[in-house]
Design a protein around this ligand. Sequence first.
Ligand code: EPU
Length: 433
Amino acid sequence: MHVQPIDLPEMTTQVRGGKYVVRGGVTLRGAIDISGAKNHALAAMCAALLTDEDLILENVPDISDVDSLGALLVSLGAEVERLPNRAVRLNCRQVNIFEAPTDLISENRASFQVMGPLVARHGYAASAPPGGDVIGQRPIDVHLSGFEAMGARVIREGERFVATAANGLHGARVFMDYPSVSGTQNVMMAAVLARGHVTIVNAATEPEVQGLIRLLNAMGARISGSGSQILEIDGVENLHGTTSRIMPDRIETGTFAIAAVMTGGDVELRDVPTGVMDALLTKLRSAGAQIDESDGMLRVRREGPIRAVSFQALPYPGLATDLHAPMAALLTQANGVSIIHERVFDNRMLYVSELRKMGAEIVSTGSSAIVSGPTPLHGTRVRALDVRAGAAVLLAAMVAQGTTIIDDIFHLDRGYERLTEKLTALGVEVERN
Ligand code: EPU
C-alpha cells in the first residue's frame, strides 16, 4: 500500500494470470514464519471506519486482498498507509463518501464489511453485493437483516443495497439464520455504536471474529461473549483509535502443515496461532503425522505411510472449509478411501477437476468427495481456480512426477504472503512468471 495520495490503479489492478512452474518430487524441510491472518486483517481494516482517530494494525499480510480493500477505503476518503514492519495506519476522519465503488467491492468478499460501520456512524451506506471466490452461493441476507433489526432501512437500488438509519441504530435482538463469519463481523461493527443493547444470537465463533472483538473492545466497544454463539453488545457513543496486532493466519499454517505431511517432510512453522487448530492437527495425526506444539511453534513431520482419513468441513471449531481443498490433495497420497463432506459452501469442489488432470482418483457428488489413494500424480498444466483450490494444486505439484504449470496464480496472491519465498525456503523448486 501507499501513503496518501494513493495510486489507486496500481493498487487495484491485480495482475490477472501469472503462473507457477513447480518441479515435483520435493521433501519439504526447514522453517518459515507464518504471516498475519487475511480474514482478521480485512475485517480489522473496516473497523477503522468506526473512529476519527488513527488505527494502527501490526502484522498485516502483504497480499492483494489487503491492497484491494485498502484501495476501497481510500476511495471513501480514508488515509491508508503502509508503515515499516508490516504495520498499516488507517485514518477515516475525512471519509465523506458512503457508497462503495462497484469495481472495488467486487475485488473481495470482505469489502461488504464497510456497510456496517458506515451505516452505524454516518446513517447511510450503499454497496453492490461483494465479490470474492466463486465457492458457492454467498448471500448477504444475514448482514442485511441484522442492520434492519437495529432500525436501518435497507432497499435494493439497481445493483446496490442501500442502508439508511438517519437517527442511528438502536438496540435489538438479532438472530442470524446462519453463523456467517463476515455477517457476524458486519453486524457487530454496526452494533457497537447502536443506542442500547444488541444481542446477536447464532454468531460465528471463528478466531478471526474473536480477533475483531478484541480489536473493537480495545477501541472502546463493549462486547462480551467472544467465542460463543451469543454476543452481548452495549452500544457506545464513540470509538477511539488503538494499535493492535493481527493474529497469525491459521489457514496459511494449515496449508504448510499439510504440505509437510504430504511430502514426508520435516517443517517448523513459527509464529503460528495457538489453541485454534485442533480439528486439523487431529486429522493430520490420524493420517500419520508427528506434530510437536510449543509456544507459537509447530513442528510437523511424517515418516511412515499416509493413512486415509475422512472429514467434514464445518464452521469453527470444526475443520475449516478453507483447508478442505489442501486436505483433499493430501488424501490423494493416503492409503485407502477418504470421504469428505463440505458443509459450509456449496461449490467448494472446484479443485477436483484440476487434481484429476494430475492423475488423482477423486469423484465429487454435490458437496461430497471420495478420494482413493495413493495415486501417483504427474505434472501437467492446471489452474488455481480460487485461493484454496490453488493451494491444493500447488501441494499436488510438490509430489507430482515432473513439472506442473499452475495458471491464474493471482488467486494465490490474494491469500498467501511471500509464497514463492516461503516455498523456496522449504526446498520447493518453483519459478514464477
Ligand atoms: N451465508 C448465508 N447468509 C449470509 C451469509 C452467509 O446463508 O448472509 C452462508 C453462505 O451461503 C455459506 C456460509 O454462510 O454457506 C458461510 O459463509 P460466511 O458468510 O461465513 O463466509 P464469508 O464471511 O463470506 C469468510 C471468509 C472465507 C471463509 C468463510 C468460512 C472472509 C473475507 N472470508 O467468508 O474465507 O471460507 O468465512 O469460514 O472472512 C478464504 O480465505 O479462502 C475464504 C473464502
